[in-house]
Design a protein. Structure first.
Length: 212
């Protein structure tokens, strides 16, 4: 399992994943994207956090202790897949809708959806239509923000979803962020179109929707 201290390795994986789809990004761009995924403003800020963590835990490995939060490998794949979905559609930002579409292929998130008897095909089609229509889920930048760079980056809403999943898990003692946690975080973001789609299919925010 990886956490924020593995940011450089995650950035390398992101570059390799996008390169396989013929979308090349620089080292700096990949680091900035990973920093945003962790809810940090930029790579310099995350780098400082990592260095401080290394100083504090120089003689003791803090991983695995209560409160520590990592990304499950399937969660990393879901995040990268969301960026690929945006890239394949020529969108400059990956929104909560791109992430939700990605989570329909995540084993943990899809298990929750199937347990709720959700019609995954119908949901997938609805999300895809929303994305194809260029729906904007964030008032500060949508899927086709002309001011953004050529490669997709997580939108503010996308970042808040990931950050909420991390903070919620940290508050309950830590562990690995899974697709189920991201699904819960999306459903809790009531202003997003992704959350509305979940509600329309019977997934409501609240204790009952949280993964165990």
């Amino acid at each position: 399992m990886r956490d924020y201290r593995d940011a450089k390795a995650m950035a390398r994986t992101l570059r390799e994943t996008l390169a396989a789809k013929h979308h090349k990004i620089t080292v700096g761009e990949s680091l900035e994207i990973i920093a945003r995924l962790f809810g940090v403003a930029d790579w310099n800020t995350l780098s400082a956090v990592i260095k401080n963590s290394e100083r504090v835990g120089n003689s003791t490995d803090a991983r695995g202790r209560g409160g520590g939060v990592q990304f499950a490998s399937t969660t990393e794949q879901a995040l990268h897949r969301a960026l690929r979905i945006a890239s394949d559609r020529g969108h400059s930002q990956a929104t909560a809708e791109h992430l939700l579409l990605s989570l329909t292929k995540d084993p943990d998130a899809s298990a929750i959806l199937k347990a709720q008897a959700i019609n995954l095909s119908a949901m997938t089609e609805q999300i895809s239509r929303s994305i194809e229509a260029g729906t904007r889920s964030d008032s500060r930048g949508g899927a086709n923000d002309p001011t953004a760079g050529p490669d997709p980056v997580p939108s503010p809403t996308f970042q808040r979803v990931v950050q909420r999943a991390i903070l919620d898990l940290h508050a309950t003692g830590g562990g690995s962020v899974t697709g189920a946690h991201l699904l819960t975080a999306i459903s809790s973001n009531e202003d997003s179109i992704a959350a509305r789609i979940l509600r329309e299919h019977g997934i409501e925010a609240g204790p009952g929707s949280r993964p165990g």
